[in-house]
Design a protein around this ligand. Structure first.
Ligand SMILES: Cc1cc2nc3c(=O)[nH]c(=O)nc-3n(C[C@H](O)[C@H](O)[C@H](O)COP(=O)(O)OP(=O)(O)OC[C@H]3O[C@@H](n4cnc5c(N)ncnc54)[C@H](O)[C@@H]3O)c2cc1C
Length: 155
């Protein structure tokens, strides 16, 4: 087996059934930019649900030379989440709000939390999470941070 194939099998073993997609047409949803402007390709769509799985997958990719494209809500407008080989690693199952501290006005959560969920959690605790943008029902906080999304308050 080629080095890449060995690595991909190791990733499947880490994730188990239901933790990845590696067949067509299932992969298309993650390879094609949502407006259809760009079409990429990847070997596997990885859906880890713990940070330990993320860590193990990245170690495998590193040692087998497999490129990794992170994907959040896939609402980006410049094609950054479109893969060009390797794997897509989605944060869609890393979506836990871990802690809200109303005294210090902080909220700790996983990268895959949808922005609107975070806003709602803040509001339920009588606080405001001020980042707001048109994609807030789909985009994730990891994607917001990685793109430095400013939202409507910036305009
Ligand atoms: C209707 C609409 C309105 C928008 N309004 C604004 C706006 O007002 N202001 C603004 O700045 N932008 C805006 N955007 C673009 C905005 O950047 C994205 O919607 C959002 O921030 C991306 O989040 P996402 O989870 O969808 O990321 P994705 O699209 O999945 O990914 C975007 C990039 O971040 C990377 N990435 C994603 N998650 C991670 C992670 N956990 N770690 C490392 N890298 C990661 C991806 O590889 C990709 O390069 C808008 C988009 C839409 C569709």
């Amino acid at each position: 087996m080629a080095n890449t194939d060995v690595g991909l099998q190791a990733i499947r073993d880490v994730l188990g059934d239901g933790g990845y997609v590696d067949t067509q047409p299932g992969l298309d949803a993650y390879q094609i930019e949502w407006r259809g402007l760009w079409t990429g390709h990847c070997e596997l769509f990885a859906k880890p649900n713990t940070t330990e799985q993320v860590s193990r997958i990245l170690a495998i990719c590193n040692s087998h030379g497999i490129p990794v494209v992170p994907q959040g809500g896939n609402t980006g407008l410049v094609g950054g989440g479109v893969p060009n080989g390797g794997i897509v690693l989605t944060t869609q199952r890393l979506n836990r709000i871990r802690e809200i501290d109303t005294v210090n006005f902080t909220l700790a959560c996983d990268a895959g939390c949808v922005l609107a969920t975070i806003q709602a959690e803040a509001e339920a605790n009588d606080r405001l999470f001020p980042l707001s943008l048109g994609a807030e029902g789909s985009c994730q906080i990891g994607g917001n941070l990685s793109t430095n999304a400013g939202g409507v308050q910036v305009l």
